[in-house]
Design a protein around this ligand. Structure first.
Ligand code: NAP
Length: 322
């Protein structure tokens, strides 16, 4: 799918990673109920379990848990005493109006992370106040100061991504990645061409919320909604997902009893992306790591695409247009 010739030497390591871990639930109380549904010990065990399975790419951000996630990742990585690849993110707060604020935020992240550089530094969201060009200039400062190996964006549509790519190209810096929402229950990037464009340009598409916040694990459904504001967010889609979950379970069984979460992640890897599932404890981390070491067949991919299209309405849209 990806054209290997378009991948730059600096970002090649990112294309070799098949699966990562999202560290947003590590310290985040508001969305993920850290301290209630899981503890420091749980997330430390999730970290160690991931490392034990060879998953060494951890995605965090300065805003996760108000810096707690970065502090935990830094502490865990230091104690682990083995190589860990860390990605973090700059949030364009409204008072951050210059390129310099990007490099300054990166330095603060590095202090929390207890390291001299990160492997990937991403712009978390586009901003109406800080132009793409200024943000890219800030990323350049980070690269030139040796504070990050590579740079990326997140939640950038195709137009903004191309602007970032061009702005960085003027400094001879490759745009390493675009981190966006992508799962069997959110296929916008496939339908709007972003996934294809990333492959063409050698930009790694990092898939966030790959389990659709737990929905694709099969543990939630119309009679058993997820807790907190996830229930409100997913109320309209919950009654539609049982056929997809059933198909995922059947396919998993054909592969020796793979879990739904593993099918969901394998599907994303087969689409050429790098999923970063959040894990609150060792059990979840271990299960997610089991997405590796086997492959969905083309026929299974097609069936999963069709079942997801049905829920998301793409099939009906195509039929209506015909
Ligand atoms: N760039 C951005 O704007 C952005 C936005 C969102 C997320 N992200 C990144 O993407 C990462 C992942 O996304 P996400 O956390 O939104 O959603 P996700 O990975 O789709 O779902 C994670 C949640 O699913 C449940 N879960 C995970 N593995 C499981 C398993 N094997 N079995 C059962 N339940 C399991 C856990 O919650 P419960 O146990 O409570 O169900 C976990 O917190 C984040 O940690 C973050 O690094 C980035």
């Amino acid at each position: 799918m990806e054209n290997d010739n378009t991948v730059s030497t600096e970002t090649r390591f990112l294309h070799a990673i098949q699966l990562g871990v999202g560290a947003m639930p590590w310290g985040d109380r508001m969305v993920w109920q850290y301290g209630r549904s899981h503890s420091d010990r749980d997330v430390h065990e999730a970290f160690l379990a991931s490392l034990g399975e060879g998953i060494t790419f951890i995605d965090t951000a300065e805003v996760y848990g108000g810096g707690s996630s970065e502090r935990m990742v830094g502490r865990f990585a230091e104690e682990a005493g083995q190589p860990v690849l860390i990605a973090s993110k700059f949030f364009p707060m409204p008072w951050r109006l210059s390129a310099k604020t990007v490099a300054a935020a990166l330095r603060s992240s590095l202090t929390r992370l207890r390291r001299e550089y990160v492997d990937l530094y991403q712009i978390h969201w586009p901003s109406p106040l800080l132009s793409v060009e200024k943000m890219m200039e800030g990323l350049r400062m980070g690269v030139e100061a040796g504070l990050t190996r590579t740079v990326g964006v997140s939640n950038f549509d195709q137009q903004l991504m191309l602007r970032s790519y061009s702005a960085l190209a003027r400094y001879n810096i490759p745009l390493a990645s675009n981190q966006v929402h992508y799962s069997l229950l959110n296929r916008a990037v496939e339908k709007n061409g972003l996934l294809r464009r990333c492959a063409e340009l050698g930009i790694r598409l990092i898939a966030y919320s790959p389990l659709e916040l737990g929905l694709l694990t099969g543990k939630y459904g119309p009679d058993n909604p997820p807790p907190g504001n996830r229930a409100v967010r997913y109320l309209p889609i919950l009654p539609k997902i049982p056929p997809l979950l059933k198909l995922m379970t059947e396919i998993g069984q054909d592969h020796g009893g793979k879990f739904n979460a593993q099918v969901a992640l394998n599907w994303l890897i087969r689409k050429g992306t790098l999923p970063i599932p959040g894990a609150k404890n060792a059990d979840q981390a271990l299960q997610n790591a089991g997405a590796l070491g086997w492959w969905l067949t083309d026929d299974e991919m097609e069936k999963l695409d069709a079942a997801s299209d049905e829920i998301l309405g793409y099939r009906r849209m195509v039929a209506a247009q015909a």
